[in-house]
Structures are given as structure tokens and as C-alpha cells.
Write a protein that binds this ligand. Structure first.
Ligand code: DGT
Ligand code: CA
Ligand code: CA
Ligand code: ZN
Length: 581
């Protein structure tokens, strides 16, 4: 589902391969390099072009040997040592690793015992009950994997917003460069900022449709062409989804954009609403209904969306709200919310550093956040029970607190807050004692274990954690990973009420596969009067650029600026947090 490019896939396969071989350090380095290349390929290539291996090595998480491999790939389009690995071990490691819970160790075993190379082989083996008899597997783990495989297959034809939106942007920008193009935009689920999208829907206006269609079909993102007509085309992209384009005259831009933005339910309701008022609405415009159905009625509006909604007596709902729920009613009574504008978040309150499983130092992360336009962040490294993430003990946390004090003296115009992402243990107690929590500016808590508890146990566990007087925020509350892990079984209504009672903030986590809270729970929380924060959960510097994803969810959840606490500056934020103490 991620648009891993070839190089980032290769690097991830190196990581998996070295894990299978029992290497302790290489895997993590390759994994981080793979992530960086997936997100920042263009920038990294630029760095390489201008400064070669030497500058590549300066990037966080890229050492000597990885820099050499990246160099070889950019130069020759392949890596020799990688081809050698694939001969010895001809397994689609990347593909298989996309299934939650299928780690390198398992991938190695599945090849060793059953010669499983890819997803197709795996499905077959599960169907034939082959896994349960493997050493260390059993019926239960086979069933669990079968479920995860199903979830993976269900979602594999949709792409996460965080990955598809930048590509849609690139395509729109490329088409806008063409002389004959007057306007160009993406519509559909991407414009509505849905958490996953089925395809890219583009609209362009021009007097020369053929030129635009030709240019669209030749974009570098395109892999093959499904259909190429005079005013529309449909293609397959290299990243594994389709893109459609519709080319129209500039006069009807508004009507076409409205129609193709959807969603379908919103359009159906709006069309019915228009009919009731004596109009008909389609992708070419809003027309007065004529008594004689053979004559097309008079054109009323088509140039802009605003014009169309206005002629119908409605305010224009922002695309994020167009879901066919109660937005048309709100538009009619001027009750649409004043949504939080993009770019409103001033500080990031969940940031991991190299003290636990992040890739960069506190100072580096602070500088990157500042560069991304933020004025504060909270360092929230994991705590000790999360051993795989090198979680902090009380002692190390104290050392970190001292280091942050020093850094704050050194850096100007930016504030680093002392925080934690403290694990909620199975019984709802916290992984750090109150004495440690007391010393921090910002205490976030989260669940990273026992995802399978039943509803009443899981809810009790969370309520207990949130009732600790030092807790400020509940991170990624439902723990779902889109396409990989379902929401944990939690009575969210109760959790929201608890957050309200104890003044605990709920997080909207911006990681593309988390987006947690989602739009629905965001709206419920706001209705209940709970304050929220939007955090990137950054593990490396480039993650600060993901804030817009959380803002998308906030907007889809009808949030205004005042609902999101980290739109405040650091002074006001600290004042709010102190009230609790
Ligand atoms: P997706 O691609 O599954 O993430 O979701 P959308 O909403 O982008 O759906 P898509 O690509 O099938 O169509 C784009 C928009 O075009 C959709 O939101 C509304 C409009 N549209 C497409 N087909 C129909 C239809 O049969 N009736 C109506 N009213 N609108 C349609
Ligand atoms: Ca679409
Ligand atoms: Ca479409
Ligand atoms: Zn976490």
C-alpha cells in the first residue's frame, strides 16, 4: 500500500535478509534508510547529485555501506550484492513483510520448510493447513495469520492518503505547466482527504483537450494506459493504483469539480435537494427544470462550486465534509463549522528520538521541527517495557531531562518540552512511577501490548491509565493500523467521557497508516467537549511534514481551531497543562 519505490523496497529486503541471518545492527539501519528513500527519494537524489557519497553519509541513518549501495543504484539502476542475495534466497521478502506480524524470522522459516516465496504461495499453504504443523506455529498462529492476510488483501487495492496525495500533487503540478491548461485539480476521495483512496481523479480545463490527454498519458508516473479518449483517459500508475482524467471547458469547471469530488452520497442528496427546488444538477451545471422534459432547462450556474451551492441557498461545504451525512442541513442553516485551517498546528507533542527508536538526536529533531515551521515539540521517547524500542528507564529519563534543559538554553526561538510516551501495562498501571512523571511537562500514554483483551478488560485498562493525575494525553487511542491491525476492542464512548472527566487530551496521530483517532471518533470527542492534539509521532526529521494529514482528519471531524490544543503557542499550552497540576 505504501508507494515504496524500487530502491526503498530493495533496502527493506536487505534489512529482512540481514535479520534472517541473525545480524544485530544492520537490519535497523537498512529499514530506516528504506523509509527515508520512500518518503524523500527526490531530495536524497538531489543530495547525491550535488555531493555524492560524502553528502549521502551526512543524512541521518545513512552510513558508509548504505551510502555506497544507494550510489551504485542511482548510477547503475541495480545493486550487485542484492542480486546475489536474491539468487540465494528468491523470496518476495518485501511483499510478505507487508502483512502485519509476518516478521523476517517467519519469512525465513516459511521458505525453509515450505518454499513459500510470495503471497500466492502463502494463501495456498494456509488453505491446505500447512502452517499449523511447523515447529513453533500451531493452529492458533495459523488462524491469526489467515485473518491478517485477509485484511491485507482487502486493503491492498486502496492507497493511504499520505502516500497518494503527494503523487496527485505532482501530477497536477506537471499538468499545470502545460501552456494550454487553464485549471487543473484533483477531485474524488483525495480532495475529500479520505484516509485511503481507490484512485486519483483529475480534472483539467482547456480548449485543446487532445494535448492535455496526450500529456497526461505521458506523465512519468504512468505505467500503462487503460483507455484514451478525446476528453477523458484512464491509466495505471507505477505505484499500483489508477488515475483518471476528465478534460472540460473552463466555463463548467465548478460543476465538474463538484460532481467528481463526491462523495456519491453527498451528490445524491444534493441532487435530490436541487430537484425539490425545481433544479437539476449534473457534471455540466445547475439547470432550471423545464416542464417539458425534452427541452434542457436554462443554465443557472457552473463556473464555481460556490455559485452552484449559493443558487441552491446553501453555504459551500468544504470537501472534507462532503460525506452525505448532515452537512447539507448544516449548509442550509449556516451552521457549517469554521474548520481548522491547514498549517494551524504550532508544535508537535509526540516525537521519538535516538534515545529510544527514533533515528535522530533531540537537537536534530528540534532543528528539523523549527525548519518545518513549528515553534515547540515534546520529546516523548518510549518507556522501559517496550524493550524492542529501547524504552527509557527512570534513570535514563532523568538524564534526558537534564539534556533537554541544556538544549533549551542553547537553542533560541524554539522550546523543547520534556515528555514521555509511557506504556500502559496490562492492568492499566503505567510503566513509570509518579515521581518520574511529575518531572515532565507532557505525559502521553499509549498501548503497545495486549491488543487482544476483551472489551470490558481493555476499557477498564484504559480508564485506569487515564485517571492517573499526571497523564495529559492518550496517544493513538484505537491502535489500529490501516490494512494491518483492527482497532482494539474499546468502548470509545466511555473513553471519551473519561478523557473529558480527567482533562486528558486525545491524540490525532498523523502517521499515514494510523490516522488515529479517525474522523468519526474525532467528531464524537469534539461533541463531548474533549480537547484534541494533532501529533506526527515523528521517528525521523521528515515526519514533521505529515501534520497536514492530522489536520485533514480534524477537518473531517468538524474541528475548529479551538478544539485542537497544539494550535496554541507554547506559553498558552503550558498554562493549560499546568491547570491540571
Ligand atoms: P475512491 O476512488 O473509491 O477512493 O472514492 P471516490 O469518491 O474518489 O470515487 P470514484 O473515484 O469512483 O469517483 C469520483 C467521484 O465521482 C465520486 O466521489 C462522485 C463522482 N461519481 C462517480 N460515479 C458516480 C455515480 O455513479 N453517481 C454520482 N452521483 N457520482 C458519481
Ligand atoms: Ca477516486
Ligand atoms: Ca475514479
Ligand atoms: Zn506509540
Amino acid at each position: 500500500m505504501k508507494p515504496y519505490n524500487e530502491l526503498s523496497k530493495i533496502l527493506l529486503e536487505f534489512s529482512i535478509y540481514h535479520t534472517i541471518k541473525g545480524d544485530a545492527f544492520k537490519p535497523r539501519a537498512y529499514e530506516m534508510a528504506s523509509e527515508s528513500i520512500a518518503v524523500l527519494d527526490d531530495e536524497i537524489k538531489q543530495t547525491w547529485k550535488s555531493g555524492g557519497i560524502k553528502d549521502l553519509k551526512k543524512l541521518p541513518g545513512i552510513g558508509e555501506s548504505i551510502a555506497e549501495k544507494i550510489n551504485e543504484y542511482y548510477k547503475t539502476g541495480t545493486i550487485k550484492s542484492y542480486q546475489k542475495i536474491k539468487k540465494e534466497f528468491p523470496v518476495e521478502m518485501f511483499e510478505l513483510s507487508q502483512i502485519e506480524g509476518l516478521g523476517p524470522k517467519h519469512i525465513g522459516e516459511l521458505w525453509k520448510f515450505l518454499k513459500i516465496k510470495n503471497i500466492a504461495d502463502l494463501s495456498q499453504a494456509i488453505q491446505n493447513n500447512k502452517l499449523k504443523n511447523l515447529p513453533g506455529w500451531g493452529e492458533k498462529s495459523q488462524n491469526k495469520l489467515a485473518k491478517r492476510l485477509k485484511l491485507f488483501k482487502q486493503s491492498s487495492d486502496r492507497m493511504l492518503l499520505g502516500y497518494i496525495l503527494p503523487i496527485a500533487d505532482e501530477m497536477v503540478n506537471a499538468l499545470k505547466q502545460i501552456k494550454h491548461v487553464k485549471r487543473c485539480a484533483y477531485a474524488g476521495s483525495i480532495r475529500r482527504r479520505q484516509e485511503t483512496c481507490g484512485d486519483i481523479d483529475l480534472i483539467a480545463t482547456t480548449k485543446q483537450p487532445k494535448k492535455i490527454i496526450d500529456a497526461f498519458c505521458k506523465l512519468p508516473q504512468v505505467k500503462s494506459i487503460h483507455e484514451k479518449g478525446a476528453t477523458k483517459a484512464s491509466v495505471r500508475l507505477k505505484i499500483g493504483v489508477d488515475a483518471d482524467i476528465r478534460v472540460v471547458r473552463d466555463e463548467v469547471y465548478g460543476a465538474t469539480l463538484q460532481y467528481f469530488t463526491g462523495d456519491k452520497r453527498h451528490n445524491v442528496l444534493l441532487r435530490q435537494y436541487a430537484l425539490d427546488k425545481g433544479y437539476t444538477l449534473n457534471e455540466y451545471g445547475l439547470f432550471k427544470l423545464s416542464k417539458n422534459t425534452k427541452i434542457r432547462g436554462k443554465l443557472i450556474a457552473c463556473k464555481t462550486e460556490e455559485q452552484i451551492y449559493k443558487k441552491l441557498g446553501l453555504d459551500t461545504p468544504p470537501p472534507e465534509l462532503r460525506v452525505g451525512d448532515d452537512e447539507i442541513q448544516a449548509a442550509k442553516t449556516h451552521k457549517l463549522p469554521n474548520l481548522i485551517p491547514y498549517g494551524s498546528v504550532k508544535g508537535d507533542l509526540q516525537v521519538q528520538t535516538e534515545w529510544s527508536d527514533g533515528s535522530a538526536s533531540i537537537e536534530f529533531m528540534a532543528k528539523a521541527a523549527k525548519k518545518a515551521g513549528l515553534s515547540y515539540l515534546a520529546v516523548t521517547d518510549h518507556t522501559k517495557s517496550l524493550t524492542i524500542a529501547n524504552g527509557l528507564t527512570e534513570k535514563r529519563l532523568l538524564e534526558q531531562v537534564k539534556e533537554i534543559d541544556k538544549l533549551n538554553k542553547k537553542i533560541s526561538g524554539f522550546k523543547i518540552l520534556k515528555g514521555t510516551e509511557c506504556d500502559i501495562l496490562k492492568d492499566g498501571s503505567l510503566d513509570l512511577p509518579d515521581e518520574s512523571l511529575k518531572k515532565l511537562d507532557f505525559v502521553g500514554v499509549s498501548i503497545h501490548s495486549y491488543f487482544d483483551l476483551n472489551r470490558s478488560e481493555q476499557t477498564k485498562r484504559v480508564i485506569k491509565a487515564l485517571s492517573n493525575p499526571h497523564v495529559n494525553c492518550f496517544f493513538h487511542p484505537t491502535c489500529r493500523l490501516i490494512g494491518k491491525r483492527h482497532e482494539i476492542n474499546l468502548d470509545m464512548e466511555k473513553v471519551i467521557a473519561t478523557a473529558k472527566k480527567y482533562h486528558v487530551l486525545l491524540e490525532i496521530n498523523c502517521m499515514p497508516d494510523r490516522m488515529d483517532l479517525n474522523d468519526r471518533w474525532t467528531r464524537s470527542a469534539i461533541k463531548a467537549g474533549v480537547k484534541l492534539v494533532i501529533n506526527t509521532d515523528a521517528h525521523s526529521p521528515e515526519h514533521f511534514n505529515l501534520l497536514y494529514l492530522g489536520e485533514s482528519i480534524a477537518r473531517r471531524g468538524w474541528a475548529t481551531k479551538k478544539d485542537i490544543l497544539n494550535t496554541k503557542d507554547v506559553k498558552q499550552l503550558l498554562k493549560y497543562l499546568k491547570k491540571k497540576k
